[in-house]
Design a protein around this ligand. Structure first.
Ligand SMILES: [Zn+2]
Length: 163
């Protein structure tokens, strides 16, 4: 499943990328761009804007109107609708910043990220994920636990949606 996400749903885009979904999002994407991208690349369009949603419907595009009030509810409703499991697997995750593909770096070739992370971090970890597009480096630091907890919360909200 591939997505294009409107400017108001940045957090939704972030969690789609982290769960391994190719997701186009940038802060100043306009409605016409989003429609063209959805149509030409066969992507599902997620929008908080009713008018854009209607335009997508008129063109018979796969679109979802995301109107829930909180970020958590937005993420849960999108995952629920598309049948996405709220689980972060770094071997399939996309770069949260740019949607690039991540390369797994192990102890053998960890020199590749030496200049890209703090020395303390470099020494503390043997596995990293390097974005091939923007050179961002990810590792299973403290924020990892927070992300896992957050996915659990989304899972709970999805259960409520199921009723
Ligand atoms: Zn990147």
């Amino acid at each position: 499943m591939r997505f294009v996400v409107d400017a108001m749903l940045g957090k939704v885009a972030l969690w789609l990328r982290l769960t391994g979904h190719d997701t186009i999002y940038y802060g100043d994407i306009d409605d016409d761009d989003a429609l063209v991208i959805a149509e030409e690349q066969g992507r599902a369009l997620l929008t908080a804007d009713e008018e854009l949603y209607q335009r997508a419907n008129n063109r018979k595009l796969d679109a979802m109107l995301v109107r829930e009030s909180t970020v958590d509810e937005k993420v849960a409703s999108v995952f629920f609708w598309f049948g996405i499991t709220p689980n972060i697997d770094p071997s399939i995750a996309r770069c949260s910043k740019c949607n690039g593909e991540l390369e797994e770096i192990t102890a053998d070739n960890k020199g590749k990220v030496k200049d890209l992370v703090f020395e303390k971090t470099y020494d503390a970890y043997d596995t990293f994920w390097l974005c091939n597009s923007c050179d961002s480096v990810f590792f299973q630091g403290g924020y990892w636990d927070n992300m896992t907890l957050y996915m659990k919360r989304i899972w709970e909200l999805m259960k409520e949606l199921k009723g």
